[in-house]
Design a protein around this ligand. Structure first.
Ligand SMILES: Nc1nc2c(ncn2[C@@H]2O[C@@H]3COP(=O)(O)O[C@H]4[C@@H](O)[C@H](n5cnc6c(=O)[nH]c(N)nc65)O[C@@H]4COP(=O)(O)O[C@H]3[C@H]2O)c(=O)[nH]1
Length: 819
């Protein structure tokens, strides 16, 4: 749940302020209340004192009055009992003016000599009119006390002197009711006196049931009695004593206090009831005011704090809002906002630090993003483009083909694909170096671009393989025209440093969807068509037809058979003799491979040697051929025949195998053969591939003592300077020149020139394919050294070849015998 910082700040501030202000208000109101209570207490004490003062004042006043009583007028001065007579005469006046309830006069012996019709309070209950006049212990001075046995009275007793100087003791009962009423009026307070027990038959204003107390005097009884009733229901007597209590009655507040009545019997209490509604209202008003002040303070504080916090909170808010932008990578906008969010003043705070840190992070992220984007682009171009030629690579080309397949109008609007493989690129690459090879590929890429439209897609699939998608707008023959154009364009000499090699290409042409329903199938068929073009002599294009697939499938089956054949040792070596024209005898044999296929019978090398080379199987098989040929020669020699030279064909892969000379050495050593009995045949075109390595390899072989022969001479493009430099011993003229040598003057000339040149280079010459005596005669006439052909023998198994050697030896013996 999201709860904004702003609101958190407000709530926190509010809680703090409310708690603080509430506490202060409570403290203040508590103090006010205490003050009010104290004031009330003081006010009660004051009232108490005032009442006591009033009683004392009343006492003194009555004392003075008692002093003047003997001076009151009377007719009977002479009467013995004149004080009693005088009091009797003046009693109505005294009672009326001085508010005296009862009075009694005692003589100096303490004997009652006069009293009003009610006996004065000093009299005992037993005293009555009928009883003899009681006597009292005359006290020395005046005194007073309060008596509430019946109604509440201030009883004042004092000695008085008559005119004669005789001492009397006068006791007056002054009614307190009037005193209380007056005082109540002055003090605006209700007063009452309560006494314990139920005074049956005595005067009382009311009875307090729970306390068992009588209310002897009370002012404003209607109200006061109800309040006292509430008081007794709420408090026990002992809980209410000497305390300032507050009672609510008819929406008014009354302060009530019970205090001990001084100079009275034990258990008499003075009750004060004061209407404190005004002060309570004042108190409430004060509290209300405090609350208003507190609330205003809180509001003001909130406003002030918020005003102070508003800007920082807003800035934090803006920062919080822009953080998600960092996750979306929108750094520039985030940076823009961070700049706006910088504080304008010089007093920096944590938010400024955060802001500048975020700016820094933004800048770093922007730089990182740029770098990532650069790297991504680089990776993308690495992933999608060929770094050498800037053409699309295989991966992206496959996508292009897929896209082309996904076109909605594909069946009506087919597209074509050209699979281009440079002829003999490896030779150029090996002979001129990889840099020259790279340069050549770049030039080829440029030429290809120039041959197609911008809408066509060109890719380099790897090595010297290029592919082009010709998009829909070509005519039916358009792809063929483009293919021709490409072949034409590539034939132009290419300048690579000082050299100007001429290259060609073989192109496979397919049209989708007719020649393939998927990108893989289409590319595979284009590849097949390209191989067909190569097989048909290179430097041409070939349209795909579905027989090619069948042929490829055959090849695959053949490859499987070949692998099996190697394991099962289905290969055999046949041997064809070579004749020395000068001595007219066999000087050597050429070992020729045959495959005794379990179902197809004896197969000749032209049906499988190409595939062996292509698949690399020629390397292990070549090793077997050398070893097997050496073993056979050893067997021949062991029969005691004259030593003959054995010529073995090497494939390009074998020649470029670094372990070749070691393998041959091992075989020679194993079969205890001198190296000079071994001849290795390599074709003219193999010489030109990786010239430096070939040179080194041949030198090593020659140093072992092995004879090196160039096979099929005249069909390839060997340079005369290379022939001179390379360690060669024999040159074999291709049988195509021999075949028509009798009829074809050109062939005669060529063979003549080859023999002359070979002799010039100190090379012996072998003529292949001699089938007739005429061929032989012609070649002998031209100075050829050796001959090989059906005229002498077809290639035969090892045993037959041994027979040939033996027969040749016998023939020689015969001729020697004849001579
Ligand atoms: N028409 C005709 N042909 C004649 C005559 N005399 C010889 N030949 C044939 O000419 C080929 C000579 O071998 P090549 O030029 O090295 O040409 C060889 C050689 O390049 C390759 N080859 C044969 N055996 C091996 C081998 O063991 N290793 C390698 N790498 N290649 C081999 O296969 C090619 C063909 O071999 P083969 O079919 O055995 O064919 C042999 C041989 O049977 C003739 O008077 N008339």
């Amino acid at each position: 749940m999201f709860f904004s910082l702003k609101w958190k700040a407000i709530v926190l501030v509010l809680v703090i302020l409310v708690t603080l202000t509430g506490f202060l208000v409570f403290l203040n109101s508590y103090q006010l209340q205490n003050l009010a209570r104290q004031q009330q207490q003081q006010s009660f004490e004051k009232i108490n004192k005032e009442i006591n003062g009033l009683l004392i004042q009343s006492y003194h006043y009555n004392l003075q009055m008692m002093d003047v009583i003997p001076l009151l007028r009377t007719e009977s001065y002479t009467t013995e009992n004149y004080m009693a007579v005088m009091l009797e005469e003046n009693w109505p006046i005294l009672q009326l003016n001085w508010n005296i309830e009862n009075a009694a006069l005692y003589n100096s012996e303490g004997k009652l000599i006069w009293h009003t019709h009610e006996p004065p309070q000093e009299q005992s209950q037993e005293s009555s009119q009928e009883q003899p006049a009681p006597s009292i212990a005359i006290s020395l001075g005046p005194d007073w006390h309060i008596d509430c046995d019946t109604s509440c009275l201030q009883v004042i007793s004092s000695p008085i002197l008559d005119r004669e100087g005789d001492t009397y003791h006068l006791i007056l009962d002054i009614l307190m009711a009037d005193m209380l009423i007056d005082f109540s009026r002055i003090a605006n307070t209700n007063f009452g006196i309560i006494t314990p027990g139920q005074s049956i038959g005595k005067e009382y204003a009311g009875h307090i049931e729970r306390w068992n107390y009588d209310i002897k005097q009370i002012t404003n009884p209607d109200l006061s009695l109800k309040i006292i009733n509430d008081l007794q229901t709420q408090y026990k007597l002992e809980d209410a004593l000497n305390k300032n209590l507050q009672l609510q009655y008819e929406e008014k507040t009354y302060d009530v206090s019970l205090t001990t009545l001084e100079k009275s019997n034990n258990g008499n209490f003075f009750i004060i009831i004061k209407d404190s509604s005004n002060s309570a209202e004042l108190m409430n008003a004060a509290r209300g005011f405090q609350v208003v002040v507190a609330l205003s303070g809180i509001t003001l504080s909130c406003v002030l704090i918020l005003t102070f916090l508003w800007q920082p909170i807003q800035r934090l808010h803006r920062q919080a809002e822009l953080l998600p932008k960092l996750t979306t990578g929108d750094f520039s906008e985030a940076l823009e906002q961070l700049k706006k969010n910088r504080s304008k003043h010089w007093l920096k705070d944590e938010i400024d630090t955060l802001n500048s840190t975020e700016e820094e992070v933004c800048l770093q992220l922007t730089a990182m993003q740029e770098e990532i984007s650069e790297q991504t682009n680089h990776l993308h171009s690495m992933a999608m483009y060929d770094s050498l030629t800037d053409l699309a690579n295989r991966r992206s080309f496959m996508q292009y083909i897929n896209d082309a397949f996904n076109r909605p109008n594909l069946p009506d609007n087919p597209f074509s694909l050209l699979f281009i493989d440079l002829d003999n690129f490896k030779r150029i690459n090996d002979s001129m170096g990889h840099n020259a090879g790279d340069e050549l590929l770049k030039i080829v890429a440029k030429r290809l671009r120039a041959c197609v439209r911008n809408t066509d897609v060109i890719a380099r699939l790897g090595g010297d393989e290029f592919c082009i998608i010709l998009n829909d707008s070509h005519s039916k023959d358009g792809p063929k025209i483009v293919a021709e154009h490409i072949l034409q364009s590539l034939r132009d000499p290419i300048k690579l440093g000082k050299a100007e090699p001429i290259i060609s290409a073989s192109i496979g042409l397919v049209t989708a969807p007719a020649d393939g329903g998927t990108s893989e199938e289409l590319l595979q068929n284009a590849d097949l068509a390209m191989y067909r073009a190569k097989a048909l002599g290179r430097n041409k294009y070939q349209e795909f037809d579905h027989h090619m697939t069948a042929r490829a499938i055959e090849n695959m089956a053949l490859e499987n058979d070949l692998r099996k054949a190697i394991n099962e040792q289905e290969f055999e070596l046949y041997y064809q003799p070579q004749i020395d024209f000068s001595q007219n005898c066999i000087v050597g044999f050429e070992a020729l491979i045959r495959w005794r296929h379990p179902s197809k019978g004896l197969l000749f090398p032209d049906t499988f040697i190409g595939l062996l080379e292509e698949t690399g199987l020629i390397v292990p098989l070549g090793h077997w051929i050398i070893d097997n040929a050496c073993q056979t020669l050893r067997q021949w020699l062991d029969t005691g025949v004259k030593p003959v030279r054995l010529a073995i064909n090497l494939s390009p892969r074998q020649l470029h195998n670094e372990e070749l000379s070691d393998q041959i050495s091992r075989s020679l050593h194993l079969h205890n053969l001198p190296a000079n009995l071994l001849e290795l045949e390599i074709t003219e075109s193999m010489l030109m591939q990786d010239i430096q390595f070939t040179h080194k390899q041949l030198r090593n072989l020659q140093q072992l003592g092995i004879t090196i022969a160039i096979d099929d001479f005249g069909t390839g493009h060997s340079s005369l300077s290379y022939l001179k430099e390379l360690p060669l011993d024999i040159l074999k003229i291709d049988r195509s020149f021999i075949r028509d040598i009798i009829e074809d003057n050109n062939d005669q000339q060529i063979v003549n020139a080859i023999i002359a040149m070979a002799h010039q280079l100190n090379l012996k010459v072998v003529a292949e394919g001699i089938e007739t005596i005429a061929h032989q005669s012609m070649l002998i006439q031209q100075g050829c050294d050796y001959g090989q052909g059906y005229l002498y023998s077809r290639p035969v198994p090892a045993d037959n070849a041994l027979e040939l050697i033996k027969f040749d030896a016998d023939k020689a013996m015969d001729s020697m015998a004849l001579n």
